[in-house]
Design a protein around this ligand. Structure first.
Ligand SMILES: [Zn+2]
Length: 242
């Protein structure tokens, strides 16, 4: 199959529009944001108060507040930001990276949740302005043949939001130069799992670079892998249900 045909097919699978949560489940999404944030912090995936995460809701998004220790965060601390960037009075101050999150939701209908980390090895590669090529077939987990690194821009800036959207393209993860990594998904669980996978890949790639020059897989092979991954995920879901 031609590469472009493979890409189109993969794009059709990847770009499944996430179902928006019903208003009644917004409370449970707030609770989920707290629990995943605490898991991210406790696992060491993003050190200290770094990193942030969000979930799309009708008319905007729910996002972690700025500067709070994850262990102290409660569901009521999660901030609802509308699509125009407004925050209702009485809420906490949203994460400084709210512009990046909002820009991704606006650019990508298929994204339902975003996880941003300063995970160790992904951040180390980002400091070299180096993305992750197809050194390992699992790079396809991020939905493409590579994980690109966005150019540097000041944290919280509009420029960073633009660069992040461009580096993501139609893929589900990217690095941010001198900063960290972003992973997106239909659900918070999927985005978080991908953020952890990006860090695993970054650590493997960094280790390979220490030993020598990693052999990168070609486009044809990665096209095959991307094709196989379409059924790989579905099989797991079927098994989980049965
Ligand atoms: Zn950050």
């Amino acid at each position: 199959m031609k590469r472009t045909a493979v890409r189109r097919r993969v794009a059709r699978v990847i770009h499944k529009r996430p179902r928006l949560p019903a208003p009644s489940s917004v409370a449970s999404l707030r609770a989920e944001i707290v629990s995943v944030s605490q898991r991210m912090s406790a696992s060491g995936l993003s050190p200290g108060r770094s990193g942030n995460l969000s979930v799309r809701v009708d008319g905007g998004m729910l996002i972690t507040p700025t500067g709070m220790h994850y262990s102290e965060m409660r569901a009521s601390d999660v901030v609802e930001v509308r699509n125009d960037g407004r925050v209702a009075p009485g809420q906490r101050v949203a994460s400084s990276e709210w512009r990046v999150h909002l820009a991704i939701y606006k650019a990508r209908d298929d994204v339902g949740a975003i996880v941003h980390t300063h995970s160790l090895n992904a951040t180390a590669l980002s400091c070299l302005h180096r993305g992750i090529p197809a050194f390992h077939y699992m790079v396809a987990e991020a939905g493409g043949e590579k994980i690109a690194c966005a150019p540097y821009a000041t944290y919280g800036s509009e420029a960073l939001a633009r660069f992040a959207v461009k580096a993501l393209g139609s893929r589900n993860a990217c690095l941010l130069a001198n900063h960290g990594a972003i992973a997106v998904g239909e659900t918070l669980r999927k985005a978080y799992e991908l953020a952890a996978e990006v860090e695993t890949l970054a650590s493997q790639y960094a280790r390979a670079l220490q030993i020598g020059r990693p052999r990168v897989l070609g486009s044809r092979e990665m096209g095959r892998v991307l094709e196989k991954f379409k059924t790989y995920g579905k099989q797991n879901e079927t098994k989980a249900k049965s």
